[in-house]
Design a protein around this ligand. Structure first.
Ligand code: PLP
Length: 349
């Protein structure tokens, strides 16, 4: 990637030409207003009667400080990072014409979002031990490939790819490279976030749903070249992050910027399960994990799934996912929940 690379050239022509909706709050400077008569709101204060900041300025400042990246590189999604995934399709891919390349198996939302947007998916099987098929990903692309998607640590396989490998891919792909780092807090392999300036074709997805424990608030983030963040902001629904969520997330991020204690606990619990599970009846293999879940291969996954369910433990059955035959995906829980899992695995056979 050279310095002159501009992601704008890859965007859909209608997005490049878009005149974004200007909200009532876009034109105000804030100071000295005592009568808000611009947005047809109910004037009586009940805590939620006013429209929220459509640009999430204060929230972006907090995110910028926490993640060490400039405000103009940040997109905030109010439907989690799933919103960012959909917006990237809508910003870059012409329906019925353009395509995306993904690793396989991986997170199912890329494929569904592509289908909704009438975008062809070109899945590339992972290499041995779920390794990153850099050359195959590059050769799966053609002149209509706008986005290549890599999830690292990958869901459902659990392994992460090194910054070196991902950088090599970033240098080789012809369109944008999206790195979904939903589970990066649990990985020692590092993040591509510090490299978005070096690689203007890289978009990094993050979420508050996993390590940061705010799945219910639906707050996702994309970090990228400013023109991409700006295009996503223009394309989103104007008030995509509601006011209570903005305020709650700001408060929580300020109160608990450091989540290393809970992350360390979950990693040590993961390591405990990694050691204990292979000794249980019916377990064929526990794949190495850089995330907060384990992909576990069983002799008879469907029977184990039902058994765990009866015992009160719900896991994710991935037995029918191509590349994951025989596997269940098990989230690392609290120590007590993990004890229950191990106890059920002891008693079932
Ligand atoms: C859970 C998950 C997300 C998070 O989605 P949100 O919409 O932010 O909750 C994103 N990517 C992957 C790979 C995930 O597993």
């Amino acid at each position: 990637m050279t310095d002159i690379f501009d992601p704008t050239a890859l965007m859909r022509p209608n997005i490049r030409a878009l005149v974004p909706y200007s909200t009532a709050r876009d034109e105000f400077s804030g100071e000295g207003i005592t009568a808000w008569l611009d947005a047809n709101e109910n004037p009586f204060d009940n805590g939620v009667n006013r429209y929220p900041d459509p640009h999430q300025k204060e929230l972006k400042k907090v995110v910028s400080e926490l993640f060490g990246t400039p405000v103009d590189t940040i997109f905030i999604g109010g439907a989690g990072s799933d919103e960012a995934i959909d917006l990237l399709m809508r910003v870059f891919c012409v329906p019925g014409k353009d395509n995306i390349v993904t690793i396989s198996p991986t997170y199912g939302v890329y494929e569904v979002s592509a289908a909704i947007n009438d975008v062809e998916v070109r899945p590339v099987p992972l290499g041995e031990n779920f390794s990153l098929p850099v050359d195959a990903l590059v050769s799966a692309a053609d002149s209509n490939t706008k986005l290549t998607w890599v999830c690292s640590p990958n869901n459902p396989t659990g392994n992460a790819y090194s910054v070196t490998e991902l950088s090599r891919l970033a240098e080789k792909v012809s369109g944008m490279l999206v790195i979904d780092e939903a589970y990066v807090d649990f990985s020692e392999k590092g993040s591509m976030l510090p490299f978005i300036e070096k690689f203007p074709n890289v978009v990094v997805l993050r979420t508050l749903s996993k390590a940061r424990g705010m799945a219910s608030l639906r707050l996702g983030m994309a970090f990228s070249h400013p023109v991409v963040a700006q295009a996503m902001a223009m394309t989103k629904y104007p008030y995509n992050v509601n006011g209570p969520t903005q305020m709650d997330v700001i408060r929580r991020l300020r109160e608990t910027p450091d989540i290393s204690a809970v992350v360390d606990l979950l990693i040590s619990e993961r390591k405990r399960l990694e050691v204990a599970l292979p000794l249980k009846a019916g377990v064929k293999r526990v794949y190495p994990s850089d995330a907060n879940f384990l992909l576990v291969e069983f002799d008879d996954p469907d029977t184990v799934y039902d058994m765990l369910l009866k015992g009160g433990a719900l896991v994710r059955n991935r037995n029918r996912v191509p590349g994951c035959k025989g596997c269940l995906r098990i989230t690392v829980g609290t120590p007590e929940q993990n004890d229950l899992l191990l106890k059920l695995m002891d008693e079932w056979k």
